[in-house]
Design a protein around this ligand. Sequence first.
Ligand code: GLY
Ligand code: MN
Ligand code: MN
Length: 434
Amino acid sequence: MIETKTYASRRAALLAQMQSGIAIVPTAPQRVRNRDSEYLYRYDSYFYYLCGFQEPEAVLVLVAGDEPKSLLFCREKNLERETWDGFRFGPEAAREAFGVDAAYPIGQLDEMLPGLIANQPALYYAPGMDAGWDARIMDWLNQVRAQSRTGVSAPQHIHDVRTSLDEMRLVKDAGELDLMRRAAAISAKAHERAMRATRPGTMEYEIEAELLYAFRRGGAQFPAYWPIVAGGANACILHYSENSARLDDGALLLIDAGCELDGYASDITRTFPVNGKFQGAQKDIYELVLAAQAAAIAATRPGVVWDAPHEAAVRVLAQGMIDFGLCQGSLEKVLETGDYKRYYMHRTGHWLGLDVHDVGEYKIDGKWRPLTAGMTLTVEPGCYIRAAEGVPEAFWNIGVRIEDDVLVCAEGCEVITAATPKSVADIENLVGKD
Ligand code: GLY
Ligand code: MN
Ligand code: MN
């Protein structure tokens, strides 16, 4: 759990970086799925990071300066609406529970914001994130500009509030790491459950159901992204999402699935044989990807640049592709020409946190940034071989990815998803053993 004082210190850190000016951070809108049914609500990650408030129709306003202030605008209490839709804090209880300096009904936003923006030297928000908010914030700004002849000044500078927030979110604190470890543990159990439930003839969606059951049963609120359950040739479609095919005896099954717990994502991929026994070429490719992942994890430590794990994985994969006759020529040539990209076309990882593809720059001043302790990322090499002329037939339709979530430590790294079975022996012992 993230403590109230942690949210307060995040707001204080942002206010200190701003020095002066006003920041406006709205939460996400509720979205209609069809007619009057809505998608399950998920708050905005920036907003939630700064205050932990989970209701829709809320805006956080931070005013920097000598006396920095945090103001929350939220829905009023409304016993009739609460009978239909559930509990609402209301401004008074929200102020107390979330430790902001003041809270107001969301209905007062248009009335109060021009006054709060007036005479501030700078305005911070997230331009382009939502067209509705862009227009509304510009309208408040123009209302202030219209008062210029009365001596009121409008902000001279407009900044993207995400520049500071992305860097803050990139390095996780103890509370965040606790949640990420717990999300990882739930997802690891879900993968084990999926392995146990798999046997020839099972449908991909039946395995999807096992994953979703295990996520919710473990206390997670959502899948962090929709699970990919891809049997046989479907594993070579990187963003396969139908999950509707029958799992054939002799095929591999690739599962990319992770839950979201209290806002924090996990992201795990495992690949295993539907019948519980890796066949020759499947085992070759599986062990190649496993070795590539081990090399990438070994290259994940503070001080190395972001690209180092990717480079380590690519070297191992490219050499294997040459050894198996999938690529021709020397290792240096295959790396230089990028010929390996025929079978490995994505990068080896991404930041992980409140968003599955979390925020944070990968390059600083045009150069890959160094890893530092507290950063969390995925390490997910793969190899995807479609049936094609010139490709040795034994490898056709083999798609393998192995993905773990990794925390950069003071020295080296910690694989927080390590409990998810991964060795050939562990997998063969589990698949089909309900
Ligand atoms: N599940 C999304 C990814 O692995 O990046
Ligand atoms: Mn990933
Ligand atoms: Mn994934």
